[in-house]
Ligand binder design. Structure first.
Ligand SMILES: [Zn+2]
Ligand SMILES: [Zn+2]
Length: 113
């Protein structure tokens, strides 16, 4: 009887041990998956470079492509294309552009080049 319960105890202990390993693996995979999901969400939340629209701090959308007035050099002149691209005339890129709805500055996601 004693020997029987001893055997059972050993089996029980290894069963618990393998359950623990399984739980650890599931937990690791789960956390890893959650980490990847978080990474993807973070990447999606990044201001998408060269998006067709810019969003100001108040949530208005402004066109990112079109004809803009470049005031980087004097006299101010017009430029065409992506608002933050390098200007053909003066070779500068804008550090920010005013929102077309409220005028709040929308910063260049690349920083001033
Ligand atoms: Zn210019
Ligand atoms: Zn705005």
């Amino acid at each position: 009887m004693n020997r029987m319960s001893g055997d059972f105890g050993w089996i029980w202990k290894s069963a618990v041990a393998s359950l623990r390993v399984a739980a650890w693996m599931v937990g690791t995979v789960w956390l890893g998956g959650a980490g990847i999901v978080r990474l993807v969400r973070f990447a999606r939340s990044l201001p998408s470079l060269r998006a067709s629209h810019l969003v100001c701090p108040r949530g208005h959308e402004s066109a990112a492509y079109g004809i803009f007035e470049c005031t980087s050099a004097s006299p101010a002149h017009l430029m065409e294309g992506w608002v933050f691209s390098r200007c053909d005339v003066c070779g500068q890129s804008a550090g920010w552009t005013p929102c077309q709805s409220c005028g709040l500055p929308i910063r260049n996601p690349l920083g001033r080049i």
